[in-house]
Design a protein around this ligand. Sequence first.
Ligand code: ATR
Length: 294
Amino acid sequence: VISSGAGAPTGSTRLAAVIGAPVRHSLSPVVHNAAFAASGLDWTYLAFEVQPAALSDALDGVRALGIAGLSVTMPHKEDVARLVDDLSDDARLLGAVNCVVNDKGRLVGHNTDGAGFVGALGAELGVDPRGKRCLVVGAGGAARAVVLALARAGAATVVVANRTRARAEEAAGLAGAAGRVAEPADVVAEVALADVVVNATSVGMGLPGAADVPFPPEALEPGQVVADIVYQPLVTPLVAAARARGVTAANGVSMLVHQAAVAFELWTGAPAPVDAMTAAVERTLATVGDGPPA
Ligand code: ATR
């Protein structure tokens, strides 16, 4: 087989793609094309802007064209979970799909966000959630995946704090007996109790010069670990505040890369070249600067 790597496609090149709307700002083509090139695989990856009304047709197109794999981003994660032929356990529990594997025309929906988060926690911060007291701030799609994955990985407690309490209750429910809801007013006390603090809200993302943090950082102490799912700017306001207090902190690049790595392995069966994927993301984010996603 002639490997195109990052070069021109051949007659046997396999295709993976992200669908979303908007999708032009997506980092997925950068991360996956870097992965295919580093692995010497004759695969390529494109971004397709798909409007909600065309989603079902788009999935039929995936079947008809034999597109090997899909990444799914906003606003399609929940709808794709309803439209695929089968779901992984995580995707079923979360009611959301971020990765589709085309198994000979049978589309199987997965959710790699939680496994990506736990992989990132280990790789970036050296943390195994087993036995840890975890606080997750936020209760959206990303937060729910993180809560489920932390509980699966054996966290002692998974406390969820969210601006909208009803969503916090639903997210905490994903952690079973380990789950608990924190009142937003108690978040400082909850931070003090946690071994691992996760920002799974969008607070801190984008706007140049924004200093927004998702919770007051003054309760953070050395020995705790902070994981921010935000990655733009690369040093997020929370990461900066945590480090200023001597607390080990990581941005969301590693989660972004690790959720893509799990998808890559599901599609290709090959081990993901995580370092090459990380380098490609960091290069791109350094180029676009600290502005909001374009
Ligand atoms: P995603 O799927 O990317 O996680 P989402 O489902 O829109 O996105 O969730 C965004 C999260 O960020 C939610 O927890 C949201 O809080 P609400 O559930 O109360 O909406 C949180 N969030 C966004 N902006 C916020 C802000 N300014 N202050 C506090 N929380 C915020």
